[in-house]
Design a protein around this ligand. Structure first.
Ligand code: ADP
Ligand code: MG
Length: 229
């Protein structure tokens, strides 16, 4: 399996990101404006135009929503949590969505405690982003396996594996670039945002993938070494 360590050089400054967001939002806005102008001139708007306008509005909403996660107050509240329960909560949250898409979830968690110091909602967002990608990679459904373990002393590994389409080798280097997406309705922000969050937790993220077989995303976090709260 081709393995990729997502590098931190990918992390651009907030200013560059903001410019990117502005650019990405301008396209759907131009479409919306054009259609409204057409309506003004002709007095009508077809159902198809209406559908496109709704889709463009949804897209703007999605981009702004994903981007806002990064703009949350900097003074994040770090707490000691057992990552098995943090991921467990997210799995329950996405269970019905997975069911709908024929994704079957399997958990293989260590029985040892897996304490990490984390900003829980941000860490949940990372897992949501990864699991959504896993589900989206399996249009006909399949298994998603969640492993949590201590590969080394002082480290917690969370591994999420799907049986999806996999990632072509030539696009692997672009994954995590802001706005890079291979999906028709993707935003290309999920991995970039996740990487930033993981970095603020002093962790790292790796992706291993094989075309036509599946993808495995591993998040490594430093284990909390002090006393449990
Ligand atoms: P988006 O999901 O909006 O496209 P992401 O940043 O979440 O943006 O992902 C970027 C790209 O990485 C995706 O478009 C897809 O090509 C690829 N990718 C990420 N996770 C997976 C996966 N589990 N299986 C296949 N491709 C993936
Ligand atoms: Mg995504």
């Amino acid at each position: 399996m081709e393995e990729l360590l997502l590098r931190s050089e990918k992390l651009t400054t907030v200013g560059q990101l903001a410019a990117g967001v502005a650019h990405e939002i301008r396209n759907p806005l131009t479409t919306l404006r054009g259609f409204l102008q057409l309506q003004q001139e002709t007095g009508k708007l077809s159902l198809r135009h209406n559908d496109i306008m709704l889709a463009e509005l949804d897209r703007i909403n999605l981009i702004v929503g994903e981007f806002l996660i990064l703009a949350k107050p900097q003074a994040a509240r770090f707490q000691v949590k057992d990552v098995r329960y943090v991921l467990g909560d997210v799995i329950s949250l996405l269970d019905s969505e997975g069911h709908l898409k024929n994704a079957v979830f399997h958990t293989r968690f260590t029985r040892e405690p897996c304490l990490v110091s984390c900003e829980e909602n941000q860490l949940k967002q990372v897992f949501i982003n990864i699991i959504k990608n896993a589900i989206e990679a399996m249009p006909a459904g399949g298994n998603v396996t969640f492993d949590i373990d201590h590969p080394h002393e002082g480290e917690v590994a969370i591994c999420i594996t799907d049986e999806g389409v996999g990632i072509p080798e030539d696009i692997i280097p672009r994954i995590g670039d802001p706005f890079f997406t291979a999906k028709e309705t993707g935003t290309g922000l999920g991995i970039m945002v996740s990487q930033r969050i993981i970095q603020s937790h002093k962790g790292s993220m790796r992706i291993a993938s094989k075309l036509g077989e599946g993808t495995s995303v591993t998040v490594l976090l430093p284990a909390y070494q002090g006393e449990a709260e």
